[in-house]
Ligand binder design. Sequence first.
Ligand code: TYD
Ligand code: MG
Length: 459
Amino acid sequence: MAKGKTTVFFCQSCGYESAKWMGQCPGCRQWNTFVEETVEKTSIRKITKEKAAAGPVCLSSIDMAEEARISTHMGELDRVLGGGIVPGSLVLVGGDPGIGKSTLLLQVCRELSEDGRNVLYISGEESLKQIKLRAARIGSFSDSLRLLCETNLELIRELIRKEKPQTVIIDSIQTMYHEEISSAPGSVSQVREATSVLMQLAKGLGITIFIVGHVTKEGTVAGPRVLEHMVDTVLYFEGDRHASYRILRGVKNRFGSTNEIGVFEMRENGLMEVENPSEYMLEGRPKEASGSVTACSMEGTRPILLEIQALVCHSTLAMPRRTAAGMDYNRVNLLLAVLEKRLNLHLSNSDVYVNIAGGLRISEPAVDLGVVLAVISSYRDKPIDEKVLAFGEVGLSGEVRSVSQAGQRVQEAKKLGFTTIILPQVCREQIGAVEGVQLLGVRTVADAMGLVSGRQKEN
Ligand code: TYD
Ligand code: MG
């Protein structure tokens, strides 16, 4: 082996480095993820030297004007980015293959080049012809967008230095390779080196670089943690590949909040923005069906209404089956335990399936009350009025706890025609009366259950 080179083992999932092979990664606890890679010690030294060359500056001498955002003319994307593109930033767009990353970024290229900005799209995955085919579906392009098929990072670096584009797209980071590193493209050391080269280019020349990263089957970008640390912004593009809508979620953002989402729909001619996601999520909601309740979750600054479906049926298994799609499995189990204990619902010999229709993944506890009501409705096989919406967090003793931004949730529900809202009593008192909507405050899940069964009798 050449002098200065050593081999180390990297976890291909989280980038954990080890001198010897291990079966299980101590970092991310996954099995069989270690792969031997050759690393050159000198290249790391070179990078630190280059970085140290720039002298320190004082805060007052930093020009704020540079922070002005560049709009992509796609409102959904701008919001997730925190108000537009920050010049000189490095943005990672991750997602499953075929979800639409290349399409989204080509559309960004189109908008930016229409504004007369110099944009360079570097693809390591597709030929120029394939890109042209995709572009033809999206629309017409200006000549300030230029394309390149290349995977050699040294050549890319030289080209960017020479051409000085304002925005660069790298599709994808897993195909890029550095000649000095002997491991295969897509390995942790290649991905790490490629990202550090791109970061130096972005910061040094003040250009924005979008990096596409594929997600592994475990749901993380290959070599992910390494990548996430290095870039400024991490966006994940997710959604059901068989359904047409796509969700762009901010996971890390040095220039904005991280809980914003952008909703798009994949059409024949590219991605369209969905401006009112609630309407979209509630499309096709069944009427008069038991086990269906509408709830409200805040995604960043926006309230989104969604349908929660539950199916409770008699189980023939010794261990009844429980599934949760779009929600945390343990959270659903916890809520079922609360129902069992506090409301004497005999769920221990029933299979329970909970699903958030539309494929959104919700982590906010504000949907708890919706889940609880959906399970009760399915258990008794009594539909809940479709004009009823419920939100609130459920605690272990069966209490309904307050949630943030209740006012905004109520307004969104009102906008979409809901006439009765079941919410935590504390929120009810904060909001006061809202015209055209009946607000029903509850303190416990038993109160909520009483309300819906009361309403069923009325009907
Ligand atoms: P793509 O952007 O190639 O995905 P990724 O880069 O994340 O792998 O998206 C490909 C999918 O999108 C493919 O299944 C075709 C579909 N598509 C449309 O439905 N409409 C369109 O206008 C385009 C360009 C693609
Ligand atoms: Mg692609």
